[in-house]
Design a protein around this ligand. Structure first.
Ligand SMILES: [Zn+2]
Length: 248
């Protein structure tokens, strides 16, 4: 059985090098654009001022396009490749997964069998599989599987999806920010209070600033400190988001 795994793993290795080849191709394309962006030989005829302006604009466009191609050619696997090392990413992942589960992510840089992860981590394979499936439910890991023709059993090989880890954690932060924003709006709108509830200014005005239930005067309340604290929390979240998105 280990022999089979080795062979399959090698197959995946080949797949991965295929990707590198692809990258090579894209780099060639980028080189071509770079060449195209280089100054052309000066024509013998004199150029008018208008021609020069047009040339500059054309070259700018080429350079911009070259940037775009280079950006596309950069494999996602390189960007965010060590995303699990980002402390903000880890903090968010721990909201959803057990520590042991988050700790197997560094093993998944390249396709790896769950049995191997289990041996490396000295954890029972069913637990490892349970964790991998949980992370797969959130799309932050992917798998390839191979069928053993004799036994009909599948062997699963797992890999982290760094871009999806970013997407997942950033989306969690966005939800937190959205929740805070709504709460702040709510507090700002209900800026009057009696002994039993909060009121909007319109509600307070309509009831002549007296509550029928607790019979107390409806007073304006000062939420500035609370709102400032909440705004601050939002800023911290925005910074965490920036930190994740600029992760190497
Ligand atoms: Zn009241």
């Amino acid at each position: 059985m280990p022999k089979v795994i080795k062979t399959k793993a090698q197959n995946f290795g080949e797949k991965m090098s295929g990707e590198n080849k692809k990258t090579g191709k894209k780099t060639d394309a980028a080189n071509k654009i770079e060449k195209a962006a280089k100054p052309e030989k000066q024509p013998k005829t004199k150029k008018t001022k208008n021609d020069v302006v047009k040339d500059v604009a054309r070259k700018d466009k080429l350079v911009k396009n070259a940037d775009k191609i280079v950006a596309v050619a950069e494999p996602v696997a390189v960007r965010f490749s060590k995303i699990y090392e980002n402390k903000n990413v880890r903090e968010i992942l721990l909201k959803y997964f057990e520590e042991g589960c988050v700790d197997i992510l560094p093993e998944l840089n390249d396709y790896i069998g769950d049995e191997i992860v289990s041996n490396k981590k000295n954890m029972k394979a069913p637990i490892i599989r349970k964790w991998l499936n949980l992370m797969h439910d959130k799309s932050i890991v992917e798998f390839n599987r191979t069928k053993d023709k004799k036994t009909g059993w599948f062997t699963y090989f797992w890999k982290i999806r760094p871009d999806k880890v970013v997407e997942f954690t950033v989306s969690d932060i966005n939800k937190e920010i959205e929740k805070l924003t709504k709460e702040i709006e709510e507090i700002k709108a209900h800026n009057f209070v009696c002994d039993c509830k909060t009121w909007t200014s319109t509600e307070a005005l309509e009831s002549d600033f007296v509550c029928q239930e607790c019979e107390k005067v409806v007073m304006e309340k000062d939420d500035d400190k609370l709102i400032a604290e909440m705004e601050n929390k939002k800023k911290v979240l925005e910074k965490k988001k920036e930190d994740i998105l600029s992760s190497p």
